[in-house]
Design a protein around this ligand. Sequence first.
Ligand SMILES: O=C(O)CCC(=O)C(=O)O
Ligand SMILES: [Fe+2]
Length: 298
Amino acid sequence: MSTLARFADPESDRLDGIVDLERYPIERPGSPEWCAVVADARVSIEADGCLSLPGFLDADALTDAHAEVASLAGKAVRREAWSSVYARIELEGDMAPDDPRRVEVRRCLGHVTRDQIAPDTVVARLYASPVFKAFVAGCLGLERVYEYADPLAGLIVTVVPDGGELSWHYDTNEFVVSLMTQQPDDGGLFEFCPDLRKPSDENIDGLGRVLRGEADELVHTRALRPGDLQIFRGRYSLHRVTPVRGEQERHVVCLGYADRPGVIGPVDRTRAVYGRVTEAHLLAEGRATTAAPDGLVL
Ligand SMILES: O=C(O)CCC(=O)C(=O)O
Ligand SMILES: [Fe+2]
């Protein structure tokens, strides 16, 4: 498809040429084939909060996505920073130094943010596609999902170089769909503790046990491969990317969605994680900064 044709309709319903539709026939929401794929997906997501769909991308789309993401990743600044699992410095003021909510863990990676990703790239087209959103909603048992309104974090590439990692954390938005475009030589595994926190229950004890390495039985591991899609409840399941080793960086695209419109990351967290904020973050700052509708730290 020509670049102009793609730009003309960034919300095109067509997923052919992006998704391997023979393996995952999801282009007609509600059809018997769609319902069968979604029913299987729900079983996995209910089992441990994380669904993996191997070989989701069409082979040519994966070649394009790999090249597009690698070119963007070349421009991403690698930053090392330490922060709590919430990265909410404003909330830590009165807590004891050994409170699990303020224990600092290491992040060392680069980010390509949504404002740097052109709308005609494979990943941006997938992200905005109404058919794809209907599929994600179906897998999660929801009527619909909304694009995460955060102008930086809504669509993001994590670029993890040799020696880099993304330690334990919770996300602000409910669901992340991740898509690997480049696998590292070694390491870079995705680890998660399904539903470690639940609406109205931060589970501080469980958090402390995981941070102290005393809860291996709660930790699940997934090794993604290029072209695989993963759907994951990152707001409730503590998760991390283990250290990467070797020359080849790890490139993963995170397509963020929420269960309601207008979700945007808080200013302090956005600054801690991405090193900058936008006007939209500053404008949203007047809203509640400590709790979301589910009673958890935003
Ligand atoms: O790179 C990944 O697999 C996950 C990234 C992640 O958890 C995040 O960016 O919040
Ligand atoms: Fe995350």
